[in-house]
Design a protein around this ligand. Structure first.
Ligand SMILES: O=C(CO)[C@H](O)[C@H](O)COP(=O)(O)O
Length: 255
């Protein structure tokens, strides 16, 4: 398959296992990042080979462009409505399948698309599996207006949670602020560990300038972890998720 020679075998294994869950007629969310890009290529190859009919919504402009360039049909989320499944990458996955996402700066759209999906399937390499979230800096998308005030409110919220004086770094692309697909900026919280992700998510969500943080709590149903030898390990939130997926009945629910 194209690009296979440069492709990380663990990511490829996870991507292939997730693409194997796709069934004809599905409405799919396409994630963002290097692992999700491999998945999009694998998906496009399957669609070409088997003539599958799918409707896809993308979680970023980059994914949309890639998917369309490979011949996949991409529509806006509102055109499609509820999705059967989203396949996306992650920066960290903990034993409860709580995630940190947003390393690629797309967590706002990724979370909206995941929330619109019956199933969120995460694909990752073993380096993403952690006992406790937080070693990866937590991305938070913020509006530009009043940026320093929002940043100060985030620092205060972290202190209130006894998370210490962590760095709240403005994400840059070169020397300019990183601008998300929605036109906002990102700060990365260098926490080291997040003992209580639910409390942190709640505290960040009530800060007015915060648009969305990269904690995905209770959203992921299945994590497929690829290994360098090409095998995968499945981490299920509910033991019956796999069977449920395979028993896909076509359309989910209408808007
Ligand atoms: O959340 C994301 C983008 O916002 C990505 O899914 C996450 O950063 C993982 O990316 P990669 O597969 O390149 O490691």
């Amino acid at each position: 398959m194209a690009h296979e020679s440069q492709t990380d075998p663990a990511k490829l294994a996870a991507a292939r296992a997730a693409v194997a869950l796709v069934q004809n007629g599905m409405k799919l969310g396409l994630g963002t990042g290097s692992t999700a890009s491999i998945m999009v290529r694998e998906l496009a190859a399957r669609v070409r080979a088997e003539g599958l009919s799918l409707r896809c919504a993308a979680t970023s402009r980059a994914t949309c462009e890639l998917a369309e360039s490979l011949g996949l049909s991409v529509e806006s989320l509102d055109e499609i409505g509820w999705l059967d499944m989203t396949i996306d990458g992650a920066d960290e996955v903990d034993p409860d399948l709580h995630l940190i996402k947003g390393g690629g700066g797309a967590h706002l759209r990724e979370k909206i698309v995941a929330a619109a999906s019956r199933r969120m399937v995460v694909i990752a390499d073993p380096g993403k599996v952690v006992e406790q979230l937080g070693a990866f800096p937590l991305p938070v998308e913020v509006v530009r207006f009043g940026f320093e005030i929002t940043r100060a409110l985030i620092r205060r919220a972290l202190q209130d949670l006894d998370l210490g004086d962590c760095d709240v770094l403005h994400r840059l692309r070169g020397s300019d602020p990183w601008v998300t697909d929605e036109g906002n900026w990102i700060v990365d919280l260098h926490l080291g560990c997040i003992p209580d992700p639910v409390a942190l998510a709640r505290s960040l969500a009530v800060i007015p300038g915060v648009v969305e943080h990269g904690l995905f709590l209770g959203m992921c149903h299945l994590a497929i972890i690829g290994k360098p030898d090409g095998t995968v390990v499945r981490l299920d939130r509910n033991a019956d998720v796999d069977a449920d997926m395979l028993a896909h009945e076509g359309d989910a629910h209408e808007l």
